[in-house]
Design a protein around this ligand. Structure first.
Ligand SMILES: [Zn+2]
Length: 286
C-alpha cells in the first residue's frame, strides 16, 4: 500500500468499478481514515489487559473461568489442620483427585474402575469419600463423637449443606470440618496403601487414628493447650478454651510430626487402646 499517496485508489492496479466495487472501496477508505499510523516498529499488544502489557494474572483468570465454570465459591481453608490435608479437601471439592473413574474418564486404560475398598461401586470422588461403606461408617462415628445429628450424604455438595445446617459456633465448626478433612485424608491414604503397597492396611484403626492426629494437629495449631481426655470426651470444651489461630512456629512442627509419626505412635499413655475404646464404646452404645 502506498502510504504517502493522497488517494488509496493509486494503491490498486486499476480503478475500482462502479457498483459493489465502488461501495466496498468507500467502506475501506472509511476504515483506513480512522487508523493513525506512526512510524514505529510493529509490536504485540496483550488484549486481556487495558495497558496492552502481558500479565500472568489476566491469563490465569481466563483459564480458571474456562476450566472451572461451576466453581464460584471460595476455597475453604481450615487452619487447624495441615496444608496437605486442606489440599485433599480442596481436590475433593473440585473433583481433581486421580480416582479410578477420573483416570478412565481421561482416556487412560486401567484394569478396573471399581472401588478397591468395597468393590461395590465405581471409584468416583463421590463414592470414595461419601458413599463407600467404610467412609459412611467412620463419618457416623465422628458425628457421634461430636454429638451432632448425622446425615448420610452422597456428594461434597450435600456434605457442605449438612455442615452449614449444623448449629455449632463458627470456631468449633471449623475444627469439626477439619476432622472431616482428616477423615478424607485418611481414606485417600488408606486407599493408596491398599492399591500400591504389598501389605494391606487395617481398616479398624482409621477412626482411632483420626481422633488421635486431629488432636495433635489442633493442639499444635492452637494457642491454648488441652488434654487428650478432653478431646476424646468433649471436643467442644477444648475448642472453647483454644483460640483457633495457627502459630508459624508450631504449624510446621505438627505437620512434620504427623508425617514421621513419632508424636502419637510413641505416646501409649495418652493414646491408649483403653481411652480410644471409650469413644468406640460410646459409639457402639448409641
Ligand atoms: Zn467403596
Amino acid at each position: 500500500m502506498k502510504l504517502n499517496d493522497s488517494s488509496i485508489d493509486n494503491s490498486f492496479r486499476r480503478k475500482a468499478r462502479s457498483g459493489v466495487e465502488e461501495s466496498q472501496l468507500g467502506d475501506l477508505c472509511e476504515l483506513i481514515s480512522a487508523a493513525n499510523l506512526t512510524p514505529i516498529a510493529d509490536r504485540h499488544i496483550w488484549s486481556l489487559e487495558n495497558s496492552g502489557e502481558f500479565s500472568v494474572a489476566s491469563i490465569r483468570k481466563v483459564i480458571d473461568e474456562k476450566r472451572f465454570p461451576g466453581i464460584n465459591s471460595l476455597t475453604r481453608w481450615v487452619k487447624s489442620v495441615p496444608i496437605k490435608v486442606n489440599i485433599i479437601a480442596w481436590k475433593i471439592k473440585i473433583d481433581a483427585l486421580p480416582t479410578r473413574f477420573n483416570i478412565s474418564r481421561r482416556g487412560i486404560e486401567i484394569d478396573s474402575i471399581a472401588c478397591p475398598i468395597c468393590n461395590g461401586g465405581v471409584e468416583s470422588t463421590s463414592h470414595l469419600f461419601f458413599q463407600c461403606s467404610l467412609v459412611r461408617q467412620i463419618a457416623r462415628k465422628i458425628s457421634s463423637w461430636w454429638n451432632v445429628d448425622h446425615a448420610d450424604v452422597t456428594t461434597y455438595e450435600e456434605w457442605r449443606t449438612w455442615m452449614v445446617s449444623l448449629r455449632i459456633q463458627a470456631n468449633l465448626k471449623a475444627v469439626f470440618e477439619g476432622v472431616f478433612y482428616g477423615l478424607w485424608w485418611s481414606i485417600w491414604t488408606f486407599r493408596n496403601k491398599l492399591l500400591f503397597e504389598k501389605e494391606a492396611p487395617t481398616q479398624a484403626s482409621i477412626f482411632d487414628n483420626i481422633v488421635s492426629f486431629s488432636f495433635y494437629w489442633c493442639k499444635f495449631r492452637c494457642k491454648a493447650s488441652f488434654k487428650w481426655n478432653d478431646w476424646l470426651k468433649n471436643p467442644y470444651l477444648v475448642v472453647v478454651i483454644a483460640v483457633i489461630t495457627p502459630t508459624d512456629q508450631h504449624s510446621d512442627t505438627s505437620s512434620h510430626d504427623i508425617e514421621s509419626g513419632p508424636l502419637f505412635f510413641n505416646q501409649p499413655s495418652t493414646f491408649s487402646s483403653k481411652s480410644t475404646s471409650a469413644v468406640s464404646g460410646r459409639v457402639a452404645d448409641e
